[in-house]
Design a protein. Structure first.
Length: 120
């Protein structure tokens, strides 16, 4: 926030004008009101800037929420897709057999002109 305000709340409340024959000195009152107007202008600028900043943050937050939601959906799909995979790092004969079968299928696809890495 713009800390360059001319007056504080207490200064406004405690301001005493110099009385004259017609009431108060008009120049003194005008000068004081000019300070208040300048402070209001600064505060209005701050409010507009803050509103724009808040709108940007809300937009960014909404985008991140949408991305997070999509990632949750994608994560659920991947979990379902990978649910049948064994959770082991050990090499077994069934793993080797599967790798050999995959290799044979990939060779067959390449021979037919199909790139297996492009298949979804």
């Amino acid at each position: 926030m713009d800390e360059n305000f001319n007056l504080t709340r207490d200064q406004i409340l405690s301001k005493k004008f110099t009385p004259n024959v017609k009431g108060y000195d008009p120049d003194e009152v005008d000068d004081f009101l000019d300070l208040i107007i300048a402070d209001y202008a600064a505060f209005e600028r701050y409010m507009k800037e803050s509103k724009g900043y808040i709108e940007e943050l809300e937009l960014g937050t909404n985008k991140l929420k949408a991305q997070n939601h999509q990632l949750d959906i994608d994560n659920g799909k991947m979990k379902a897709r990978l649910s049948g995979i064994k959770d082991t790092d050990q090499v077994t004969s069934s793993n080797i057999d599967l790798l050999q079968r995959i290799n044979a299928l990939e060779k067959f696809l390449y021979a037919r002109g199909v790139d297996p890495t492009k298949i979804k």
